[in-house]
Design a protein around this ligand. Structure first.
Ligand SMILES: Cc1cc2nc3c(=O)[nH]c(=O)nc-3n(C[C@H](O)[C@H](O)[C@H](O)COP(=O)(O)O)c2cc1C
Length: 368
């Protein structure tokens, strides 16, 4: 009896010690995460040299699918080539690399907006296969609001204020999304439009959650702990999505039990109801150059929203499920155009930021 009591006492003590160590590690990593996030999310800094390198750092702050950061930047005479990183594809959710090129578009737009803050003038050439070259020359130094917004933009996966935007806020989003004639943006904020789109997003969500390969790919990019997020500096940090931060093995063990169809449908429905409106982007052609253009337009809208203190979040489920993409295109009357990307927006809370890999990891040959 005494032996059993002492064994149990030992186990309880070990559990308490284990819990204490986990708590201490969590606190330490949490503080390190916050420091890394603050260091990551700095606005364009003209004091940083060389300026091309700083431009690449700004590019890495762009939104990107699953935070895989599927980009590389090659320093060449006259500027930078933007290249996809095939090792960071997500073949289940994005089999044709549509999101990879849309992500390159987000990065390109971020550099174009950051350039004046670094005393640079930038322009871009894009071939049909999505091969993009950013041409950079010295320019006048200015700090436009969109450049300042680069470091404040986040994907905010939380319910936002469903109240309609002020007329000037709405007009600014329409202007930002409509400046490239090759990409159409539909802003859906009437109640019937919001309800119709929400139904398609929820249908896409259910289809994806029933697909074991989709869930496995998503899980492989989730970072449950601050320590794992810090070690890799990529992926979807649980805290940045408003989820509990857990020791990595515990997060992975409980994920299948908490990431259920019912729970995620409820969560997504609350986020959709908590949206002032949606923006759907549809480029005039279905090729990598136009996927990239759609990404540029979406990032312009994200930055314009950020300038006004609005939050944005991506809800691409209905463009990721091919059958629903067709339905969405028909419902919107796109006349055969592929709907590329879907954003929601509204005023709302600030969630923890995600991390990025350092410039050294993405600047090829380190020539800048
Ligand atoms: C092309 C593209 C597709 C995306 N699709 C989704 C999506 O369907 N759902 C979602 O929650 N976030 C989506 N995102 C947002 C990314 O997950 C997010 O940008 C990334 O995790 C980095 O976080 P940040 O935007 O806060 O910097 C997408 C981003 C891009 C560029």
């Amino acid at each position: 009896m005494a032996l059993r009591r002492s064994v149990l006492g030992g186990l309880a003590g070990a559990a308490a010690l284990g819990g204490g160590i986990a708590w201490w590690v969590g606190r330490r990593d949490g503080a390190a995460y916050d420091a890394a996030a603050a260091q990551t999310w700095r606005p364009p800094d003209p004091a940083e040299q060389p300026a091309l390198r700083e431009l690449v750092r700004c590019a890495t702050l762009a939104p990107n699918s699953h935070n895989t950061q599927p980009w590389r930047f090659l320093a060449v005479p006259g500027g930078l080539r933007l290249l996809p990183d095939p090792a960071r594809r997500t073949p289940v959710v994005d089999p044709d690399d549509h999101h990879v090129f849309a992500t390159l578009g987000c990065a390109a737009e971020t550099m174009l907006q950051a350039a004046p803050a670094l005393g640079l003038h930038a322009g871009i050439d894009v071939g049909a296969a999505g091969e993009a070259m950013l041409r950079v020359t010295p320019g006048a130094q200015r700090r436009p609001p969109m450049a300042e917004a680069i470091a404040r933009r986040r994907s905010t996966r939380a319910p936002l204020d469903p109240a309609p935007l002020a007329a000037e806020e709405r007009a600014a989003l329409v202007a930002a999304g409509g400046s490239d004639p090759s990409v159409g943006m539909l802003l859906l904020d009437a109640p019937a439009q919001r309800a119709g789109l929400a139904e398609l997003i929820l249908a896409g969500n259910s289809t994806q959650l029933r697909d074991a390969a989709f869930v496995a790919e998503l899980a492989s990019w989730i970072r449950f702990s601050a320590g794992a997020a810090l070690a890799r500096r990529d992926g979807l940090f649980a805290g940045a999505s408003g989820n509990p931060v857990l020791p990595e093995p515990i997060g992975r063990a409980i994920f299948p039990h908490v990431f259920t169809l019912a729970a995620e449908t409820d969560r997504m429905a609350r986020q959709l109801a908590g949206s002032a409106g949606f923006a759907v982007f549809a480029a005039e052609r279905d090729d990598p150059a136009h996927w990239l253009a759609a990404g540029r337009a979406a990032q312009r809208v994200c930055l314009a929203a950020t300038v006004m203190g609005l939050r944005t979040s991506w809800v691409n489920q209905p463009v990721e499920v091919p059958a629903l993409r067709q339905v969405l295109g028909g419902w919107l009357g796109l006349g055969g155009r592929r709907p590329n990307l879907v954003l929601r927006f509204g005023h709302g809370p600030v969630l923890p930021a995600s991390l990025r890999r350092p410039v050294e990891d993405v600047l090829v040959e380190g020539q800048a």
